[in-house]
Write a protein that binds this ligand. Structure first.
Ligand code: DI6
Ligand code: FE
Length: 411
């Protein structure tokens, strides 16, 4: 019997990221139907397909499309001037007085129209898509008032219509204290809990809620208030935890059944154990560690020992990680955090999907998942984390549609 499918991809190896050793299938075939993976396995075992289109992958490796599960891609302006001032010896105070720091991004983001914000963010996302990205999480957190936080989330949603990517939106109202609330931190947290969370949820603009738990941001008890507001609104939570100090953020996130706890440089063994028990994913962000020249390494061995899934992400943001390359983040995960290349790829696929609640839909090449795929000109999957600036992407599929396929058909 013949199986009708839309597309057969052959002459390839597949890193399915399901099972040990990259879930590798050498000399594979991959069948796509209705935007999803209908069949994948060794070519010799493939059933007889009747395909509308056959694609020759030229002997390259196919991985799941990359999933960046932690970004702050939507913002206006940049902080290059501040970077330059710092490297010319300016102090933190001088930079702050010159209008630098996170408040400068807040001012620029508030001043930008939705269209301007979309334009700026869209250019950044395009760079990531060019590297095989098919799913991206995007946080708010530079608006810090109801209208501007919702504006950021609308832009994040629109990015998904403008590009062939899935966007997952996260409300991060508790990112920094809005300048007009100076000295009134608890009042600002009330604004987040009583207005931002319910309004973003009611408008269907947020898929999750995040907070920045840090001495320079919000306290554990303030973050708990935000988590409770999220629960009332029916939204899952995640947390920027233990990036610069150990406030017990990982354990707090786990206690609230967070999908992920992110950063984790200062997380202790008890925090890791709590994450393991709760099924909370660890999201490591080597770009921020690198850019801030941090010294304290996240507890990678403890995460491994406790079996906590480790995701990796760019944390793309103007202040602490102006990074638009998932592949470079993978390289940094290996060089700085001593992840293996396989862990780095799992961090941008299967475990990133889990951090977003998308297990089984994206992040693995398995029957029933979306056919979000990246084809790479590499001899082995380890090359993806190994090379810096190599641009190995050969083709990309989003929901079974290959970039440029319509154009190819016209020519
Ligand atoms: N952690 C960080 O390092 C940044 N935000 C966060 O939650 C800093 C963001 C910025 O400086 O713009
Ligand atoms: Fe972040």
């Amino acid at each position: 019997m013949e199986h009708r499918i839309d597309q057969l991809i052959e002459h390839c190896h597949v890193a399915s990221m399901s099972g040990p050793g990259y879930g590798a299938i050498e000399d594979a075939a991959l069948a796509v139907r209705a935007g999803t993976i209908a069949w994948v396995g060794p070519r010799a075992q493939a059933p007889r397909f009747c395909a509308d289109e056959v694609f020759d992958a030229g002997g390259g490796w196919i991985t799941p499309g990359l999933v960046d599960c932690h970004t702050h891609l939507v913002y206006a302006g940049d902080r290059a001037h501040e970077f330059e001032m710092r490297l010319n010896g300016a102090t933190y105070e001088e930079i702050a007085r010159a209008g630098g720091g996170i408040v400068s991004t807040v001012a620029a983001t508030r001043a930008a129209s939705q269209a301007e914000l979309l334009e700026a963010s869209s250019g950044r996302l395009a760079r990531m898509v060019d590297e095989g990205l098919t799913t991206v999480e995007v946080k708010s957190g530079y608006g810090l008032d109801v209208d501007n936080e919702l504006k950021m989330l609308r832009v994040a949603r629109e990015l998904g219509h403008r590009h062939a990517v899935r966007t997952v939106t996260t409300l991060l109202g508790a990112h920094a204290l809005a300048p007009e609330y100076a000295g009134r931190q608890d009042d600002y947290v009330s604004l987040v809990c009583e207005r931002m969370v319910p309004e973003a949820a009611a408008a269907g603009l947020a898929d999750a809620v995040d907070a920045f738990c840090e001495t320079i941001a919000f306290s554990p008890s303030q973050c708990e208030r935000v988590f409770e507001a999220a629960r009332r609104a029916g939204l899952p939570v995640k947390l920027h935890a233990d990036q610069l100090s150990n406030l017990g953020g990982a354990a707090l996130a786990a206690h609230h059944r967070a999908r992920s706890a992110d950063h984790l440089e200062y997380t202790d063994e008890a925090g890791v154990a709590a994450m393991a028990a709760a099924g909370t994913v660890a999201v490591l962000l080597p770009g921020a560690f690198y850019f801030l020249r941090e010294k304290q390494l996240p507890p990678v061995d403890a995460l491994r020992r406790h079996g906590v899934p480790i995701a990796l992400a760019t944390d793309s943001n103007p202040g602490s990680s102006p990074l638009l390359s998932p592949l470079l983040a993978m390289n940094m995960g290996c060089t700085l955090f001593r992840l293996t290349p396989q862990e780095a790829l799992a961090g941008f696929t299967v475990h990133a999907a889990r951090a977003l609640g998308l297990t089984g839909q994206v992040g693995t090449i398995t029957a029933g998942a979306w056919a979000d795929l990246a084809l790479w000109d590499v001899e082995r999957p380890a090359e993806l984390a190994y090379a810096m600036g190599a641009a190995p992407l050969h083709a990309r599929w989003f929901a079974g549609v290959r970039d440029g396929a319509a154009q190819d058909a016209r020519n």
